[in-house]
Design a protein around this ligand. Sequence first.
Ligand code: ADP
Ligand code: MG
Length: 175
Amino acid sequence: MKSEIRKKMTVKRRYLGEIVRLEADRAMLETFEAAFSCYNSFLVYSSFSTEARTDLLIERLLSEGKRVYLPRVEGERLAPVLYGELKKGAFGINEPVGEEYKGEIDVTVVPLLAVNERGYRIGYGKGYYDRFLKGRKTLKVGYGYDFQIEDFTEDEWDEPLDLYLSERGIYTFGK
Ligand code: ADP
Ligand code: MG
């Protein structure tokens, strides 16, 4: 089930039109800024391929003087590192080279292939964010397009998001 949705969403996202994508990424940037400018520290995934773009978001947050961390893959885990010099990491994704930050982070921007109506997500199938988010005190914000909302049954190890931000606005999940 999850693997079928992974395939379907990968294809759907790949064939999203260029203009639609540009508009959606821009709308999401504005929504994000309006909703979260009261927070000070952010962990933001470094987008690659057809994922919702975060480079402009990172730039915007930095220009507002926010503390921005990027995740770095270290074996089975994600280590937050303050934005700085970047280097291509494990999956060809840009990762920061500095030391791991061990403190709290206000908002975590989470990538996904699909999200369900209870706020559970499907990622690439390695469980990195399930492990990272487990027990962590941070606002968990999924970041993606509206068509990525999909019905599926989550697994017991899946960690739910607090919010989902798409080009249509912000969805909240009741707890
Ligand atoms: P994704 O969330 O990336 O879509 P899955 O939810 O399918 O991937 O999880 C992938 C793997 O990660 C699973 O085999 C699961 O056992 C493992 N996993 C997830 N969370 C944890 C955890 N807290 N501790 C250990 N393994 C975990
Ligand atoms: Mg999972």
